[in-house]
Design a protein around this ligand. Sequence first.
Ligand SMILES: Nc1nc2c(c(=O)[nH]1)N[C@H]1C(S)=C(S)[C@@H](COP(=O)(O)OP(=O)(O)OC[C@H]3O[C@@H](n4cnc5c(=O)[nH]c(N)nc54)[C@H](O)[C@@H]3O)O[C@H]1N2
Ligand SMILES: Nc1nc2c(c(=O)[nH]1)N[C@H]1C(S)=C(S)[C@@H](COP(=O)(O)OP(=O)(O)OC[C@H]3O[C@@H](n4cnc5c(=O)[nH]c(N)nc54)[C@H](O)[C@@H]3O)O[C@H]1N2
Ligand SMILES: [Mo]
Length: 775
Amino acid sequence: MTDKNPRVEEVDEKDVEVKDHPKKWAAGIPGVYHSMKPAIEHMGLERSRKTLLALNQKDGFDCMSCAWPDPDHRKTFEFCENGAKAVTWEATPVVIGSEFWAEHSVSELRGQTEYWLGMQGRLTEPVYKPAGEDHYRPVSWDEAFTIIADKLKGLDSPDKAAFYTSGRTSNEAAFLYQLFVRAYGTNNLPDCSNMCHESSGWAMGQTIGIGKASITYADFAKADLIIVMGQNPGTNHPRMLTALEEAKEAGAQIVAINPLPEAGLMRYKNPQKVKGIIGRGTELADQFVQIRIGGDMALLQAVSKRVLDAEAKNPGTVLDHDFLQKHCQGLEELKEHLATLDENVVLQATGLRSEEIDELAGRYLKADKVIITWAMGLTQQKKAVATIKEIINLLLLRGNIGKPGAGASPIRGHSNVQGDRTMGVWEQMPPAFLDALGEEFSFEPPREHGVDSVETIRRMRDGGIKVFVAVGGNLVAAISDTNAAEAAMENTEMTVQVSTKLNRSHTVTGKEALILPTLGRTEIDLQESGEQFVSVEDTVCAIHASYGKVDPVAPQLLSEVAIISRLAAKVVGDRIRADWAGYERNYDLIRDHISHVVVGFDDYNTRIRQRDGFLLPHGPRDSRTFNTPTGKAMITVNELEYLERPDKTLILQSMRSHDQFNTTIYGHNDRYRGIKKGRHVVFVSPEDLAELGLSDGQYVDVHGIYADGVERVLRNFRLVSYPTARGCAAAYYPEANVLVPLESVAEGSHTPVSKGVLVRLEPAAELAAEPSAAG
Ligand SMILES: Nc1nc2c(c(=O)[nH]1)N[C@H]1C(S)=C(S)[C@@H](COP(=O)(O)OP(=O)(O)OC[C@H]3O[C@@H](n4cnc5c(=O)[nH]c(N)nc54)[C@H](O)[C@@H]3O)O[C@H]1N2
Ligand SMILES: Nc1nc2c(c(=O)[nH]1)N[C@H]1C(S)=C(S)[C@@H](COP(=O)(O)OP(=O)(O)OC[C@H]3O[C@@H](n4cnc5c(=O)[nH]c(N)nc54)[C@H](O)[C@@H]3O)O[C@H]1N2
Ligand SMILES: [Mo]
């Protein structure tokens, strides 16, 4: 290593500290402090200034920490604590030097934690691990591309390779990537969305004809009621708290539906305001609905039933009849279905009291304009698609789609995960897109659907997929069933990772393996025609440009566009009408193609240069047009199902701490939940602990329960007595992925059920610590 990083904190999971939890508010002075400190420490003042002040500004770069949109009136500090962490993590001047690869074998790196790997610094040169060897060694770019191209060209079918994308990839790189993959001959384009909002896409596609949020940023301030379900914005979308605070000040009510009383949802101290710094901040949630994991479908049905009952009592006054008649189909079937809804089952499934549901229904009925937002708490459930369809049902009943201040809003995770899909990174792109792509580049794209993330792992396991290429991400750590996933990855012939930093997926490899280092979004992207910018789409369909601001950490780094272009030139060359070398020289050429192929991108190169970018068209939002087979918004009937919990078991969710970005671990604290210096914890309610004869501070083994005979265990996790819903437990992702069976996926979307894992706790054999007083 050229620059040893002194701050790799040594952590012994036995010393995890638990106190003062959960916090009742988020952000405020600690927010500001925690934002600036690591940046300045790691990058120095100059690099911090250049990056942080450019974050989310109109001529700056798009923050890579989430897909939250930018307000029109931006502040000087348009970033949050976790955005600052993401930037610092990427723009760190610490780099991995050539000697690193001789010093550390792959097996040794495999023994290191995700945190340690990330802290080694930025990757700077391509490296190659030949078959049978245990070390990577630096190779030239040309050598690297030749090795990969030879392998891909040698496969007897293009379907024997899979090409993964994580949602940080820009529109330009994503478009080129899917073009390259389809020109090569396969639709095997799994992505992180398969593990994330796929369920939202499915449910919304089938009901309103488009899988994207039906609101814009401005709608928050116009809403009467905002319901935040299965989402922890204080940690994962911190700037959303500002939008919620503004909505609140404009008179909106906020309801949080969550098994955990997440700090940010309870009270918010806006670090940009005096009262946020010295005062009590804003109380956000008017109602906290502490739902049992997986109970949302029952809750939503129960609320819709109350809405229908209210209409039956006062006919003509509750439902939006005009809207329903003109734009929706299926009301009668829903009425019939919900008439038989059993309140006892609802209470069992939700763990709530009827009065709480009455209160929520009352708020919904009083509000003219309602927004419902959601994230992973809903999408990573077995019944995720049906649950999200119930959100749509509820909204449709009172015309809450396609009017100002109202709508359905999945809040995306990765900063450009939505854009990647728009650009064609999907294993099931519709025929119209493939037709346009084929016409633009004079070739016949493959039509057979490709594999998603879970299916990729299965086929690697079974030998059907032999080469795995990833532009970003860390699939082996992010996907369910870690042990199975690692065995599958090792069963391949070659793995190729285009990455900014080291992670687990570089250490669990195919027989041959390559790492191709790339520029990050913070860095200036200089090509032959001059400095390039890229573009991204946020969670509300706004497209804008992102300009790198700091010098690349190493001169030989290539951009993702350059890597994809050069690889494509070697693999598919002039088999299609594409100017690969030209795309690398000037990204405008890529955007010209996008404007011909992707709907909504006319005049891309001009409109992307407008200061605010532009908004993509959205039928339901703009004109209440629903692109479904009936031309109507579909009210659907979904059979109620929830996860039953046998005696002595708990339902476990896996979630993010405040110090991580997905599989990237920035540190070992989870400030708002009161956890310090460790991640091997499992949160359980004091009542359940008592019932199970366990106590806070005790160490347990967490056994997954799944009917396939495979033993899945997390060993030596510290119990934390925590006010989560009864019968529920929580642990951190990615560690908890060990417990999620590969076969346990959401119906329809195939998203791993990361939030509904049945577990049994047993006192740990080796590490029985004294119960602590904290709790
Ligand atoms: N700092 C930071 N920002 C991020 C990320 C990150 O890791 N770190 N990740 C990014 C990505 S890719 C994504 S997808 C988003 C994720 O953003 P979130 O979805 O907020 O992420 P999770 O931590 O998985 O939180 C899930 C929330 O759902 C709740 N929950 C769990 N089960 C249920 C349930 O059955 N019902 C209900 N109603 N709630 C439930 C949990 O208690 C928790 O509050 O964040 C993005 N932004
Ligand atoms: N149990 C459980 N599992 C989950 C989840 C959960 O809540 N619980 N959440 C799921 C969700 S929502 C998601 S989105 C997935 C995330 O799955 P992924 O997107 O695959 O994982 P990340 O951790 O976001 O990927 C981080 C890696 O991306 C690389 N990287 C970072 N920036 C760049 C860049 O600019 N370019 C390139 N080429 N590489 C870059 C770095 O090497 C870094 O190590 O995990 C899923 N898995
Ligand atoms: Mo995500």
